[in-house]
Write a protein that binds this ligand. Structure first.
Ligand code: SAM
Length: 257
Protein backbone atom coordinates (compact mmCIF):
# COMPACT_ATOMS: atom_id res chain seq x y z
CA UNK A 1 0.00 0.00 0.00
CA UNK A 2 1.43 3.42 -0.85
CA UNK A 3 0.44 6.60 0.88
CA UNK A 4 1.05 9.53 -1.42
CA UNK A 5 -0.50 12.20 0.72
CA UNK A 6 -2.32 12.70 3.99
CA UNK A 7 -1.56 10.97 7.23
CA UNK A 8 -3.13 8.47 9.51
CA UNK A 9 -1.33 9.76 12.57
CA UNK A 10 -3.66 10.95 15.32
CA UNK A 11 -3.74 14.74 15.10
CA UNK A 12 -4.77 16.26 18.39
CA UNK A 13 -6.40 13.06 19.59
CA UNK A 14 -7.73 13.06 23.11
CA UNK A 15 -9.51 10.42 25.16
CA UNK A 16 -9.06 6.68 25.34
CA UNK A 17 -8.49 4.13 22.58
CA UNK A 18 -11.67 3.22 20.77
CA UNK A 19 -12.58 -0.23 19.62
CA UNK A 20 -11.45 0.48 16.06
CA UNK A 21 -7.94 0.81 17.42
CA UNK A 22 -7.41 4.57 17.27
CA UNK A 23 -7.51 7.42 19.72
CA UNK A 24 -10.95 8.86 20.05
CA UNK A 25 -11.54 12.56 19.38
CA UNK A 26 -15.31 12.51 19.17
CA UNK A 27 -17.50 10.17 21.27
CA UNK A 28 -19.48 8.48 18.46
CA UNK A 29 -21.18 5.08 18.57
CA UNK A 30 -24.27 6.20 20.46
CA UNK A 31 -26.20 3.12 19.37
CA UNK A 32 -29.67 4.63 18.94
CA UNK A 33 -28.48 7.76 17.12
CA UNK A 34 -26.12 5.72 14.96
CA UNK A 35 -28.94 3.36 13.95
CA UNK A 36 -31.06 6.35 12.92
CA UNK A 37 -28.14 7.98 11.12
CA UNK A 38 -27.51 4.80 9.09
CA UNK A 39 -31.11 4.00 8.15
CA UNK A 40 -32.66 4.55 4.73
CA UNK A 41 -35.89 5.95 6.22
CA UNK A 42 -33.99 8.68 8.07
CA UNK A 43 -32.33 9.69 4.79
CA UNK A 44 -35.79 9.74 3.21
CA UNK A 45 -37.46 11.82 5.88
CA UNK A 46 -35.05 14.36 7.32
CA UNK A 47 -31.34 13.63 6.88
CA UNK A 48 -31.54 13.80 3.08
CA UNK A 49 -33.24 17.21 2.90
CA UNK A 50 -30.93 18.70 5.56
CA UNK A 51 -27.75 17.24 4.05
CA UNK A 52 -28.69 18.09 0.47
CA UNK A 53 -29.55 21.66 1.30
CA UNK A 54 -26.55 22.46 3.48
CA UNK A 55 -23.65 20.24 2.49
CA UNK A 56 -23.11 21.59 -1.02
CA UNK A 57 -22.21 25.14 0.01
CA UNK A 58 -20.31 23.95 3.11
CA UNK A 59 -18.17 21.41 1.27
CA UNK A 60 -17.90 22.91 -2.21
CA UNK A 61 -14.05 22.85 -2.26
CA UNK A 62 -14.07 19.21 -1.33
CA UNK A 63 -16.51 18.26 -4.09
CA UNK A 64 -14.53 20.24 -6.67
CA UNK A 65 -11.28 18.53 -5.63
CA UNK A 66 -12.87 15.10 -5.99
CA UNK A 67 -14.38 16.03 -9.33
CA UNK A 68 -10.95 17.18 -10.48
CA UNK A 69 -9.39 13.82 -9.55
CA UNK A 70 -12.08 11.92 -11.43
CA UNK A 71 -11.76 14.22 -14.44
CA UNK A 72 -8.01 13.56 -14.60
CA UNK A 73 -8.73 9.84 -14.52
CA UNK A 74 -11.37 10.17 -17.23
CA UNK A 75 -9.01 11.94 -19.62
CA UNK A 76 -6.97 8.75 -20.03
CA UNK A 77 -9.98 6.62 -20.87
CA UNK A 78 -11.65 5.93 -24.19
CA UNK A 79 -15.10 7.56 -24.01
CA UNK A 80 -17.67 7.02 -22.74
CA UNK A 81 -16.27 6.23 -19.31
CA UNK A 82 -18.88 4.44 -17.21
CA UNK A 83 -18.86 5.74 -13.63
CA UNK A 84 -20.74 4.32 -10.66
CA UNK A 85 -21.51 6.62 -7.69
CA UNK A 86 -22.39 4.52 -4.64
CA UNK A 87 -24.56 6.27 -2.04
CA UNK A 88 -25.06 9.12 -4.51
CA UNK A 89 -27.62 10.97 -2.36
CA UNK A 90 -29.09 13.90 -4.28
CA UNK A 91 -26.40 13.38 -6.90
CA UNK A 92 -24.12 16.33 -6.09
CA UNK A 93 -20.93 14.63 -7.28
CA UNK A 94 -22.54 12.76 -10.18
CA UNK A 95 -24.10 15.95 -11.52
CA UNK A 96 -20.90 17.94 -11.08
CA UNK A 97 -19.06 15.33 -13.16
CA UNK A 98 -21.84 14.95 -15.72
CA UNK A 99 -21.85 18.69 -16.31
CA UNK A 100 -18.04 18.96 -16.52
CA UNK A 101 -17.56 15.99 -18.82
CA UNK A 102 -20.46 15.27 -21.17
CA UNK A 103 -18.66 12.16 -22.43
CA UNK A 104 -19.12 10.38 -19.08
CA UNK A 105 -21.96 7.94 -18.48
CA UNK A 106 -22.73 8.15 -14.76
CA UNK A 107 -24.97 5.91 -12.69
CA UNK A 108 -25.78 6.89 -9.12
CA UNK A 109 -27.30 4.40 -6.70
CA UNK A 110 -28.71 5.03 -3.26
CA UNK A 111 -30.73 2.86 -0.87
CA UNK A 112 -33.04 5.77 0.05
CA UNK A 113 -35.96 6.24 -2.37
CA UNK A 114 -36.23 9.88 -1.23
CA UNK A 115 -32.61 10.54 -2.15
CA UNK A 116 -33.06 8.87 -5.55
CA UNK A 117 -36.10 11.10 -6.21
CA UNK A 118 -34.10 14.17 -5.12
CA UNK A 119 -31.25 13.23 -7.48
CA UNK A 120 -33.66 12.73 -10.38
CA UNK A 121 -35.21 16.16 -9.69
CA UNK A 122 -31.74 17.77 -9.65
CA UNK A 123 -30.82 16.01 -12.88
CA UNK A 124 -33.99 17.24 -14.56
CA UNK A 125 -33.39 20.77 -13.34
CA UNK A 126 -29.80 20.63 -14.68
CA UNK A 127 -31.00 19.32 -18.04
CA UNK A 128 -28.34 16.60 -18.14
CA UNK A 129 -28.82 13.32 -19.91
CA UNK A 130 -25.48 11.57 -19.30
CA UNK A 131 -26.36 10.45 -15.79
CA UNK A 132 -29.10 8.36 -14.19
CA UNK A 133 -30.11 7.52 -10.65
CA UNK A 134 -31.67 4.38 -9.28
CA UNK A 135 -32.28 2.50 -6.06
CA UNK A 136 -29.45 0.24 -4.98
CA UNK A 137 -27.71 -0.94 -1.85
CA UNK A 138 -23.92 -0.91 -1.52
CA UNK A 139 -24.20 -4.32 0.13
CA UNK A 140 -25.60 -5.86 -3.05
CA UNK A 141 -24.92 -3.60 -6.03
CA UNK A 142 -27.56 -4.27 -8.69
CA UNK A 143 -25.22 -4.57 -11.69
CA UNK A 144 -23.37 -7.32 -13.49
CA UNK A 145 -19.63 -7.88 -12.99
CA UNK A 146 -17.28 -5.46 -14.78
CA UNK A 147 -20.03 -3.00 -15.76
CA UNK A 148 -18.07 0.16 -14.84
CA UNK A 149 -14.72 1.85 -15.56
CA UNK A 150 -14.53 3.87 -12.35
CA UNK A 151 -16.40 4.01 -9.03
CA UNK A 152 -16.81 6.83 -6.55
CA UNK A 153 -18.45 7.01 -3.18
CA UNK A 154 -18.68 10.22 -1.18
CA UNK A 155 -19.55 10.35 2.52
CA UNK A 156 -21.46 7.09 2.37
CA UNK A 157 -19.16 4.26 3.49
CA UNK A 158 -19.51 5.15 7.18
CA UNK A 159 -23.19 4.18 6.92
CA UNK A 160 -22.63 0.74 5.40
CA UNK A 161 -23.16 -2.17 7.79
CA UNK A 162 -20.13 -3.95 6.29
CA UNK A 163 -17.68 -1.59 4.52
CA UNK A 164 -15.44 -4.40 3.26
CA UNK A 165 -18.42 -6.13 1.67
CA UNK A 166 -19.43 -2.85 0.00
CA UNK A 167 -15.92 -2.48 -1.40
CA UNK A 168 -15.91 -6.11 -2.59
CA UNK A 169 -19.17 -5.30 -4.38
CA UNK A 170 -17.60 -2.20 -5.95
CA UNK A 171 -14.62 -4.34 -7.04
CA UNK A 172 -16.97 -6.87 -8.59
CA UNK A 173 -18.73 -4.32 -10.81
CA UNK A 174 -15.47 -2.62 -11.90
CA UNK A 175 -13.55 -3.86 -14.88
CA UNK A 176 -9.98 -5.02 -14.13
CA UNK A 177 -7.35 -2.34 -13.33
CA UNK A 178 -9.94 0.38 -12.94
CA UNK A 179 -10.10 2.68 -9.99
CA UNK A 180 -12.33 3.44 -7.02
CA UNK A 181 -12.33 6.76 -5.13
CA UNK A 182 -13.77 6.61 -1.62
CA UNK A 183 -14.22 9.93 0.17
CA UNK A 184 -15.33 10.32 3.76
CA UNK A 185 -15.27 12.63 6.74
CA UNK A 186 -12.22 12.00 8.89
CA UNK A 187 -12.83 10.69 12.40
CA UNK A 188 -9.42 12.12 13.34
CA UNK A 189 -10.06 15.58 11.95
CA UNK A 190 -8.95 18.10 14.55
CA UNK A 191 -11.63 19.75 16.70
CA UNK A 192 -10.65 23.09 15.11
CA UNK A 193 -11.22 21.71 11.59
CA UNK A 194 -14.56 20.25 12.61
CA UNK A 195 -15.63 23.50 14.23
CA UNK A 196 -14.67 25.52 11.16
CA UNK A 197 -16.66 23.10 8.99
CA UNK A 198 -19.69 23.05 11.33
CA UNK A 199 -19.79 26.84 11.39
CA UNK A 200 -20.33 26.86 7.62
CA UNK A 201 -23.70 25.19 8.11
CA UNK A 202 -26.15 28.04 8.43
CA UNK A 203 -29.91 27.64 8.51
CA UNK A 204 -32.58 29.31 10.63
CA UNK A 205 -33.72 25.97 12.06
CA UNK A 206 -30.27 24.86 13.21
CA UNK A 207 -28.87 25.95 16.53
CA UNK A 208 -25.07 26.04 15.93
CA UNK A 209 -24.05 24.29 19.20
CA UNK A 210 -26.54 21.48 18.43
CA UNK A 211 -25.11 21.14 14.92
CA UNK A 212 -21.56 20.96 16.31
CA UNK A 213 -22.60 18.33 18.85
CA UNK A 214 -24.37 16.29 16.20
CA UNK A 215 -21.46 16.44 13.76
CA UNK A 216 -18.92 15.48 16.45
CA UNK A 217 -20.92 12.76 18.17
CA UNK A 218 -22.97 11.25 15.39
CA UNK A 219 -21.31 12.03 12.05
CA UNK A 220 -17.54 12.33 12.59
CA UNK A 221 -17.56 10.18 15.73
CA UNK A 222 -19.00 7.28 13.75
CA UNK A 223 -16.84 7.73 10.69
CA UNK A 224 -13.49 6.14 9.91
CA UNK A 225 -9.88 7.20 9.64
CA UNK A 226 -7.90 7.22 6.41
CA UNK A 227 -6.00 4.14 7.54
CA UNK A 228 -9.19 2.21 8.28
CA UNK A 229 -10.70 2.88 4.85
CA UNK A 230 -7.36 2.08 3.16
CA UNK A 231 -7.31 -1.19 5.12
CA UNK A 232 -10.90 -2.01 4.08
CA UNK A 233 -9.91 -1.45 0.45
CA UNK A 234 -6.90 -3.76 0.77
CA UNK A 235 -9.02 -6.41 2.46
CA UNK A 236 -11.58 -6.09 -0.32
CA UNK A 237 -8.87 -7.04 -2.84
CA UNK A 238 -7.87 -3.60 -4.17
CA UNK A 239 -4.22 -2.75 -4.78
CA UNK A 240 -2.29 0.53 -5.10
CA UNK A 241 -4.31 1.94 -2.24
CA UNK A 242 -3.35 5.56 -1.62
CA UNK A 243 -4.58 8.42 0.50
CA UNK A 244 -5.02 11.87 -1.01
CA UNK A 245 -5.25 15.21 0.72
CA UNK A 246 -8.51 17.07 0.18
CA UNK A 247 -9.65 20.39 1.67
CA UNK A 248 -11.51 20.33 4.97
CA UNK A 249 -11.97 17.55 7.53
CA UNK A 250 -12.25 14.88 4.84
CA UNK A 251 -10.05 12.32 3.13
CA UNK A 252 -9.98 10.54 -0.20
CA UNK A 253 -8.76 6.99 -0.65
CA UNK A 254 -8.03 5.82 -4.15
CA UNK A 255 -7.60 2.14 -4.96
CA UNK A 256 -7.10 0.02 -8.08
CA UNK A 257 -8.90 -3.24 -8.79
C1 SAM B 1 -23.98 11.76 3.62
S1 SAM B 1 -24.97 11.25 2.26
C2 SAM B 1 -23.88 11.51 0.88
C3 SAM B 1 -24.61 11.71 -0.41
C4 SAM B 1 -23.73 12.06 -1.62
N1 SAM B 1 -22.74 11.04 -1.87
C5 SAM B 1 -23.09 13.41 -1.42
O1 SAM B 1 -21.93 13.46 -1.02
O2 SAM B 1 -23.75 14.43 -1.65
C6 SAM B 1 -24.87 9.48 2.43
C7 SAM B 1 -25.73 8.75 1.43
O3 SAM B 1 -25.43 7.35 1.48
C8 SAM B 1 -26.63 6.65 1.33
N2 SAM B 1 -26.43 5.29 1.87
C9 SAM B 1 -26.16 4.94 3.14
N3 SAM B 1 -26.02 3.61 3.25
C10 SAM B 1 -26.17 3.10 2.00
C11 SAM B 1 -26.14 1.79 1.46
N4 SAM B 1 -25.92 0.71 2.24
N5 SAM B 1 -26.33 1.63 0.13
C12 SAM B 1 -26.58 2.72 -0.67
N6 SAM B 1 -26.65 3.99 -0.21
C13 SAM B 1 -26.44 4.18 1.11
C14 SAM B 1 -27.66 7.48 2.09
O4 SAM B 1 -28.98 7.22 1.71
C15 SAM B 1 -27.22 8.89 1.73
O5 SAM B 1 -27.88 9.39 0.60
Amino acid sequence: MSFDGGTDAPSSAIGSDDKRGGKRIYPGERGFLKRIHDSAWAWDIFQGPIYNRLIGPAAADYFFTLADRVEREAHGCAAPMRILDVGAGAGTMSLLLARALPSLAITGIDYSPGQVRAARRMKKRAGLDNCRFQLGNAMNIPFAAESFDLAISVNSIKHWPDPVRGLVEIGRVLRPRSRAFIAEVDRRASPAALREFADKYRAWFIWPPAMRWCLGNVVFGNSYTTGEVADFASRAGFSAVSIQEVPGPFFLVSATK
